[in-house]
Design a protein around this ligand. Structure first.
Ligand code: PLP
Length: 452
């Protein structure tokens, strides 16, 4: 196996940093100006995490590409970390936006689009009753509340190193002695996470059952395959056991498909015949317009309705003034009907495979101790020779310095990957040429890194 020379890596990083800055005078200028009104010169704090001395400022984005304010064109494999999985500004969605802007954006009343969207989500995911929020975070928060309210149990079970948005209960991890503690980076936790949360390792059925047997678990909140600490796939048969155990111990099974919608038009749930009690999906379903949804089984929907008084329905912690607004619903309707279609997935998924095959070829050719994982139209490489089976194993092979370098190298050659790990996502307009450009750039990068 080839070893990485850290001193050489740092020298290469300096070279790439200089190249980045020299080619982007306008982004540099905007970044300096932005610092007058925003910490780190970014509109949201995590945007400071992009590699390079400042973030690239975008001029325009279309389909699988964007152009920055210095005139460079990029292939976008980040796609707004799934927010733009439908591609940037897909024409059907833009048309729906235009139409709805002329007819009212939000009124706190339903529109006809809501009926069509509810029916389409039923068809795709198999759950009968749907509600809408602006973000997947809110959808997760709401269903957790319902689960606690109905089961009268205090805790949410999550998997170690999961991410479900800025949901307090999910920022927990296991320490070396197996106790639930705040995850590194968890800021201002309202209470110690051990009061609200149980944590199990993904793919560990014994640990899951022990936690469920405590009788404290209102719900299990899970991505069907983990995607936020690299990709961690479920063992064969894992989901069947997860379903049986949650049923046996009376905990709701909430499947968060916000990222795993990449597995197909009905997400991982449809592709693998899962039977969640609740399903959450967000980010991409309205083509980038803020919108998310959660679906409930008939039984749980009935239980929720029975336990919430009409007079209190607006003050129970479920809601949001703009939730379910007319613009969100119009754009979900069009994006699902015309952009993220069955046919689009049948083109996107083979491109995900093409990307992964390209990366695997480079890994094999250079004997590098890394692996690549695929999940529908999403794929990801990570810095261990074998696939991790859980979040802790995936976290153990994290290498922030190396990752920043690979991303900066790619950025300097016209390719954007997600800032948080090494993920690539295909949209309906991604092409084989886009994918092959990544393979060529990755080859160049790895060959140089492991040259000695
Ligand atoms: C699986 C999953 N669920 C929920 C969310 C939260 O989405 P949002 O930030 O749009 O609320 C994310 C964000 O990355 C996610 O990956």
């Amino acid at each position: 196996m080839r070893q990485l020379d850290r001193t050489a890596l740092r020298a290469l990083m300096r070279r790439e940093d200089e190249r980045f800055v020299a080619a982007r005078p306008r982004s540099a200028e905007l970044s300096r100006a932005a610092k007058d009104s925003m910490p780190s010169g970014v509109p949201m704090s995590w945007m400071a995490k992009w590699p390079g001395a400042f973030p690239v400022f975008v001029d325009s984005a279309q389909g699988a590409h964007f152009t920055d304010v210095d005139g460079h064109r990029y292939v976008d494999f980040c796609l707004g970390d799934t927010g733009a999985m439908a591609g940037h500004s897909p024409s059907a969605t833009v048309e729906a936006v235009d139409k709805q802007l002329a007819r009212g954006i939000t009124s706190m009343l339903p529109t006809e689009d809501a009926v069509a969207v509810g029916a389409e989500l039923q068809r795709r995911f198999g759950l009968p009753y749907w509600q809408f929020t602006l973000t997947a975070t809110d959808a997760n928060r709401h269903v957790i509340r319902y689960a606690r309210h109905v089961t009268r149990r205090p805790k949410v079970l999550v998997f170690d190193y999961c991410y479900h948005g800025s949901v307090d209960e999910a920022f927990a991890t296991l320490d070396a002695t197996g106790h639930v503690v705040a995850r590194r980076g968890n800021i201002g936790a309202p209470v110690p996470p051990s009061e609200t949360t149980a944590v199990a390792q993904f793919n560990d059925l014994g640990g899951l059952e022990t936690a469920l047997a405590s009788g404290e678990i209102a719900c299990v909140l899970a991505e069907p395959a983990m995607t936020n600490i690299g990709i961690v796939l479920p063992d064969p048969g894992y989901h069947q056991e997860l379903r049986e155990l949650t049923r046996a111990y009376g905990a709701w099974l909430i499947i968060d498909e916000t990222h795993t919608l990449c597995a197909g038009p009905g997400g991982y749930t449809k592709a693998h015949a899962l039977e969640p009690d609740v399903l959450v999906v967000g980010k991409s379903i309205a083509g980038g317009i803020p919108a998310a949804a959660f679906g409930l089984s008939a039984e749980l929907s009935e239980q929720v309705q029975r336990r919430v008084e009409l007079e209190d329905i607006d003050v129970g912690g479920i809601g949001g003034t703009l939730a379910g607004n007319a613009l969100s619903l119009a754009t979900i309707r069009t994006t699902l009907a015309e952009v993220l279609t069955d046919e689009a997935f049948s083109r996107m998924i083979p491109l995900g495979d093409r990307w992964a095959d390209g990366v695997q070829g480079v890994i094999d050719a250079h004997g590098v101790p890394w692996h690549v994982t695929r999940l529908g139209c999403r794929a990801e490489y990570a810095f261990s020779p074998t696939l991790p089976r859980n979040g802790a194993e995936a976290a153990a092979c994290d290498d922030f310095e190396l990752q920043q370098y690979l991303h900066l190298f790619a950025l300097n050659r016209g390719i954007l990957l997600t800032p948080f790990h090494n993920m690539a996502l295909m949209c309906p307009e991604t092409t084989a040429e886009d994918v092959d450009l990544h393979t060529a750039v990755f080859e160049e990068c790895v060959a140089e890194l492991f040259a000695s």
